[in-house]
Design a protein around this ligand. Structure first.
Ligand code: GLC
Length: 738
């Protein structure tokens, strides 16, 4: 083989040397498609197959002979992961790969501010470019179906419209750095339990109305240059080589022209991978992610076994040309894009961006007036909780980050309030990663709790900073949470702290909803996710009132787990059941995910989707519709005046939901169709305008396989949350008679 290959190479090189001018594929001014075709025409079969699989943990092959570089990939959605060894999961121990950790994407979603998404994509793209990565493995847009999903912190909430709107700017700005986004995990990877094998049974309506829209927007509006196949199955076929997902929907219906990359170890069959649109197989070893094996990279499904099938004619040569084209296009957009900038990392601008996003992500759930905390009113402020000091960028799985700097809540509160601030850990959680669990002795927990309670008695006010963390079975990849309540004995601790000192602010850091049995007894609750490098500063500034909180929940917080649709049908719905053909689950809540469930089943959430209050108040005036009748091809403008009635400036997220009053199919009471975040000075008013089009009225008709708006009455809900509706109006839609 080698001798023949070398002879071929020499022949081709001789041919190339003959043409003096620059080959088209090397001409930066040539159109990408011309470069693709020229490069393809010069490649051998082996070189084309070589493009289709990993050659190391995080790189796939280029074409050495033609000077086409390898594809260098890196996690993750919140920042550039530390360098990993060439061929094992260990960290390489570099000293030049510390970066800025940006807020978790669920925090970005909680800002409801597409400008923050654009800023995020720009900055994380600059860091990925500086670290010389061609593909950044994110953003994640899987839907928040259950509060037990260990990876919800990496995603953008329960509503497909919000998730899509908040993913697009991130992707667009990231890719301006010549770094490809890799929107993930396509599709229906909405839990971690059995993620590698669970077969999801979902209706086409739920698939098209809930689980696909954010991916579709990421592809069609975001222009994502790559997409990651999910580990799980749907229609009994692995997503990484799923014919309907990748060929019919992604390529056929959406026109995706990027590269499909597996999740690591997500390929399981050569013929399916050859025929169903997979382009690059990544992973550790062919038989999965973590188990060592005798397999090398040439044994991957899309390596020698694929080459053999091509040579034997078992699969057509056109399949490898299609794959090579998609991969070459990715390469010419990234590593061989000579006009890309040079990036930067850990800059003041990036820290300021992380802070601004974090500031806007914090959700004030409840406040009877204790917040903002006026330092002059208190002589002693006790901070309690492990999350006040723990570095929360570590752990959680592939999105973990090695930060250059980390501002903890305790250090930021101390910087603001000085020596008035005292600290008690209150609880510890250990380091349980990847299904290995540290068990904390009860006596240690009791000791920490009694110390904190004793100190609380002597303090003027208590700030509790707990929540979840990135341990296994918390907010962590490859495991789901085992309970809806706070772990590590925190509820008992909080109850005892309340008894010791009712002047308490709860500021829990989590990527998920959780049970709040003490909610009636506390004067204030802040809900924030993992905010990265500047997270502590964001929290402290909100507590002190330097920042007026303006985040809103991107997911519902049910009173109890059974109030969540996915968790109200038993194990078949979540987490699924084991069968002789592997685990299977049925999305039995169907289209009624999140607030759609709470509204339709009339089960009030403890805190509803879209909820978040401010240190000021906003009054909504009467909405005005430009018309009360709309036909196909027409639009209605809705204008609503919003006024800041308080004494401090603030930002309000005005939400517009649409409800179909009489549909031929089951539809949610209302669905989010528009939102706008506005900034108002004290006393200031602004008219917020939205444009409603027939697309906003449609549901997916799975019989006709098309989106349909039925004639009839539609309601317009203007809200400060999905449950805090400030105004309702209606209009009639009818098919155009022309
Ligand atoms: C992991 C994750 C995926 C990540 C990849 C590489 O299993 O599911 O999100 O990008 O492997 O680490």
């Amino acid at each position: 083989m080698r001798i023949k290959h070398i002879l071929t190479t020499v022949t081709v090189m001789t041919g190339m040397a003959m043409s003096a001018e620059t080959p088209v594929y090397l001409d930066p001014n040539a159109p990408v498609e011309a470069r693709v075709e020229d490069a393809l025409s010069r490649m051998t079969l082996e070189e084309k197959v070589g493009l289709c699989h990993a050659q190391s943990k995080f790189t796939s092959k280029g074409v050495e002979r033609l000077g086409i570089p390898e594809v260098r990939m890196s996690d993750g959605p919140h920042g550039v992961r530390a360098e990993i060894n060439w061929n094992d999961w260990g960290y390489a121990g570099w000293t030049s790969d510390s970066i800025t950790a940006f807020p978790a994407l669920t925090a970005l979603a909680a800002t409801w501010n597409p400008e923050m998404s654009a800023l995020y994509g720009k900055c994380v793209g600059e860091e990925a470019r500086y670290r010389d990565k061609n593909v950044l493995l994110g953003p994640g847009v899987n839907i928040y179906r259950t509060p037990l999903n260990g990876r919800n912190f990496e995603y953008m909430g329960e509503d497909p419209y919000l998730a899509g709107e908040m993913a697009v700017p991130y992707i667009q700005e990231l890719q301006k750095n010549g770094v490809a986004a890799c929107v993930k995990h396509f599709a229906l990877n909405d839990q971690e339990k059995w993620r590698g094998s669970v077969n999801v049974d979902v209706s086409d309506r739920a698939l098209y109305e809930i689980y696909l829209p954010a991916f579709k927007k990421a592809v069609q509006e975001g222009g994502s240059w790559s997409i990651m196949g999910a580990y799980n199955k749907v229609w009994d076929q692995h997503c990484c080589h799923n014919e309907r997902l990748l060929q019919d929907i992604l390529r056929g219906e959406w026109g995706f022209d990027g590269a499909v990359i597996t999740d690591w170890g997500g390929a399981h069959d050569t013929k399916e991978a050859a025929l169903n649109g997979l382009d690059i197989e990544m992973g550790s070893y062919t038989n999965g992610l973590t188990s060592e094996s005798e397999f090398g990279y040439d044994d991957y499904f899309l390596a020698d076994p694929y080459l053999d099938m091509l040579k034997s004619g078992e699969v057509p040569m056109s399949t490898v040309d299609d794959k090579a084209r998609n991969i070459l296009r990715l390469i010419f957009r990234t590593s061989m894009n000579t006009s890309k900038p040079f990036g930067s990392k850990c800059t003041p601008e990036h820290y300021a961006a992380a802070k601004a996003i974090g500031d806007e992500s914090i959700v004030l759930l409840k406040n009877t007036g204790i917040l903002p905390l006026d330092g002059n009113k208190y002589n002693s402020i006790l901070v309690v909780g492990e999350n006040a000091t723990r570095c929360l960028t570590e752990g959680g799985g592939s999105s973990e980050l090695k930060v250059k700097d980390y501002v903890s809540p305790l250090s930021a509160l101390h910087a603001l309030y000085g020596d008035k601030v005292k600290y008690a850990k209150g609880y510890v959680s250990g380091r349980s990663l990847y299904e290995k669990e540290d068990v904390i002795p009860q006596e240690e927990l009791d000791k920490l709790r009694s110390e904190a309670v004793a100190m609380a008695k002597d303090a003027d006010v208590v700030i509790y900073v707990g929540g979840l963390n990135k341990n296994a079975w918390q907010d962590c990849e490859s495991t789901d949470r085992r309970e809806y309540s706070l772990p590590f004995g925190q509820n008992e601790l909080i109850e005892e702290l309340i008894k010791a000192n009712p002047n308490i602010v709860i500021a829990n850091i989590t990527g998920n909803a959780y049970e709040m049995p003490w909610i009636e007894k506390v004067p204030a609750v802040l809900h924030l996710s993992y905010l990265g490098t500047m997270g502590g500063a964001s929290l402290a500034d909100v507590v002190a009132g330097k920042v007026n909180p303006s985040g809103k929940l991107p997911y519902s917080i049910p009173v109890k787990l059974e109030d969540c649709g996915a968790n109200s049908f038993g194990v078949e719905s979540y987490p699924g059941v084991e069968t002789e053909n592997g685990p299977r689950q049925k999305y039995m809540e169907d289209i009624l995910v999140g607030y759609r469930w709470h509204d339709t089943k009339k089960i009030p959430a403890l805190f509803p989707f879209g909820h978040g209050i401010s240190y000021t108040t906003f009054a909504y005036g009467k909405p005005v519709l430009s018309a009360k009748q709309m036909s196909e091809g027409e639009a209605i403008t809705v204008t609503v005046p919003v006024t800041n009635k308080g004494a401090v400036g603030g930002k309000e997220i005005v939400q517009l939901y649409i409800g179909d009053e009489k549909a031929s199919v089951l539809r949610p009471v209302k669905e989010l169709k528009h939102f706008d975040k506005i900034s108002l000075a004290p006393g200031e008013s602004k008219d917020v305008a939205f444009t409603i089009t027939p697309d906003d009225l449609k549901f997916f008709d799975d019989k006709k396989h098309e989106w349909v708006a039925e004639p009839g009455k539609f309601k317009v809900y203007i809200g400060s949350s999905s449950a805090d509706i400030r105004a309702v109006d209606s209009f009639n839609y009818k098919y155009s008679l022309k």
